[in-house]
Every structure is written in C-alpha cells, then in structure tokens.
Design a protein around this ligand. Structure first.
Ligand SMILES: O=P(O)(O)O[C@H]1O[C@H](CO)[C@@H](O)[C@H]1O
Ligand SMILES: O=c1cc[nH]c(=O)[nH]1
Length: 284
C-alpha cells in the first residue's frame, strides 16, 4: 500500500485534519450536521454531556454523549463544495491511519444525519413541516470529478431533458435503515440540491433567469408517482459522497419557504428546534 503524501492528506501541526481541525477521537459514531454554524449549539444543547468544542472556518464541532452513544453536532456552511471537504475529512478520520498515512484494512461506516432547512415548490407541503429526502438530485457539477455512482440515474436524466440542462445532474439515495427509524412526522421527498439560493432555486431579484418557466417546469415534473418536493443546497452531495465512501447518510429538512404560496415560516427557529429534538429522539 502506498502512503498518501502530505500535499494530499493535509494535517495541521497538531496532527488534526486540515479543514475540520479534528483528531479521530473527537467525533461520535453518529454525526448530526447543519449548514449554519450557529445551529450547532441548538443541537448539542440536547446532549447529556459535551466533551469537545472545536471551531475552524465554518466547521464547528461539538462532541459528547447522549445516553451510551457518542454523538457529534457539526456545521458545514452552505453548498456541496463544503460537503465534499466535510465528508472526505470525516472519512479520513475513521478510515485512514493519520500517523502512517495508510488506508485502514477494515472500513468503518459512520451514520451522518443532516438537519437542514429547505423550501418546497408545492402548495400542499406546508411551511413548518418536516421532510426526509429519500432521493436527491444534484444540480451542481461535483460528481463530474468522481467515479460514476452505482445508483439509478433515470430521474436525473429525465430532469436534464425537462430543464434543457447542458450538463448531467446526478441522483443519489439516502440511507434506508436511517429512513426506517423515522416516524410519520417526516414526509418523504425527492430533493433538488441547487448550486445557489437565487437563480438555481428559481428566485429572481435583479438578474433575469436563464432558464424560462423554471419553477413551473419543476412543479409539473413527474417521474411515475414521484415529484420534486423541495430545494436546498447540500443533500445530493452528502448522498453521493456517502455512497462513494461507504457511510449511512440521511438528510432531514425543516420546510421554511413555500415557493408556490409565497410564504416563509414565521416561526422558523421553533420549527428547526422541533425538527432537531424529533430527529434526536427517533435516531438515538
Ligand atoms: O439551513 P441549512 O442547513 O444551511 O440549509 C439550507 O439553508 C441554506 C440557504 O439558506 C443552504 O445551506 C440550504 O441547504
Ligand atoms: O428556500 C429555501 C429555504 C431554505 N434553504 C434553501 O436552500 N432554500
């Protein structure tokens, strides 16, 4: 086996991984992730005990215990580019020996659960509700740089035609075993991961849209019984990296915006808090 060079697996002077600034013993076996660094304490306030708090850039980590399970709450910031760094370095913490720089012979699979916020495109999905992403489609180009995913790509291909895209979107699946632990408080959905908040999610303030009738095309898109339920900016990246690296990943979304009705959740903070406590109860 060849050693991974210092320029590829970069370690800080204290031996921690480059961006997350963590050592292997500083993460839990189940990791709850959020986009917003300020949401990390909103998750860790439910831990019985916090052992570590580490901060680097947008990557904030709180690790502690809930009952007999070691858990982490971590932020990634926004977008799949951050998710790629996050998933790769998190995986390195468990699957690469940082001292020898060799891949460990026995693979460790982590459970990673995103607790995110999202907007829906359908009037019948209310703000304040919770949605688990069964499948996600990435409208970013991250997967152009990685090997082909094994999971079915037919919804992504159909969507490419519907939107007349000049690139291949990618399709990836959430963890079935984590999904099965959820209650009916979480509806199931097909999530569109956008490489931005405005035009890539059909919002226009001053710059006109390049793709005409974008929200209308998405709203009427059907693949058998399936329809696109919601927009956010990370889930497909998590699912794709999770498949490639061999981790169980699930993305849960608090629906804060309804693009069909023009509403934004007036109790957004409360909604996110309710989703966090429901998810921790069901998954731990
Ligand atoms: O609230 P978080 O988890 O950041 O998730 C959503 O909110 C951000 C946009 O406001 C994007 O990151 C999107 O995915
Ligand atoms: O509409 C929304 C709301 C939250 N996050 C998003 O990415 N989009």
């Amino acid at each position: 086996m060849t050693q991974i060079p210092e320029s590829e697996l970069i370690l800080n002077a204290d031996g921690s991984v480059y961006h997350l600034h963590l050592h292997p013993d500083q993460i839990g076996e189940i990791i709850f992730t959020v986009g917003d660094p300020e949401r990390v304490p909103e998750v860790s306030k439910y831990f019985d005990r916090i052992d570590f708090k580490v901060a680097k850039r947008e990557f904030i980590t709180h690790t502690g215990w809930m009952g007999d399970r070691k858990v982490s709450a971590m932020s990634t910031g926004m977008g799949t580019d951050n998710v790629e760094i996050f998933m790769t370095e998190l995986d390195a913490l468990v699957n690469i020996d940082l001292k020898t720089r060799l891949i460990k012979p026995v693979h460790t699979s982590l459970q990673i659960v995103r607790l995110g916020t999202s907007g829906t495109i359908h009037a019948d999905i209310p703000v304040g509700s919770f949605l688990a992403s069964e499948t996600a489609i990435g409208l970013d180009t991250l997967m152009q740089f990685y090997p082909d995913l094994e999971c079915d790509q037919s919804i992504a291909q159909a969507l490419r035609k519907t939107l007349d895209l000049k690139f291949d979107p990618y399709q990836a699946e959430g963890s079935k075993s984590l999904l099965n632990q959820l209650s009916s408080d979480f509806s199931r959905g097909l999530t569109l991961t956008a490489p931005g908040f405005y035009a890539p999610q059909g919002r226009k303030l001053r710059i006109p849209a390049a793709i005409t009738q974008y929200l209308e095309r998405l709203e009427s898109f059907r693949f058998g019984e399936k329809r696109i339920t919601n927009f956010e900016m990370e889930t497909a990246g998590y699912y794709a990296m999770g498949e490639l690296l061999g981790h169980e990943v699930l993305s849960l979304n608090a629906i804060l915006a309804n693009r069909a009705t023009g509403e934004f959740d007036k109790k957004a903070e409360k909604t996110v808090d309710l989703m966090i406590s429901a998810a921790l109860k069901l998954l731990l």
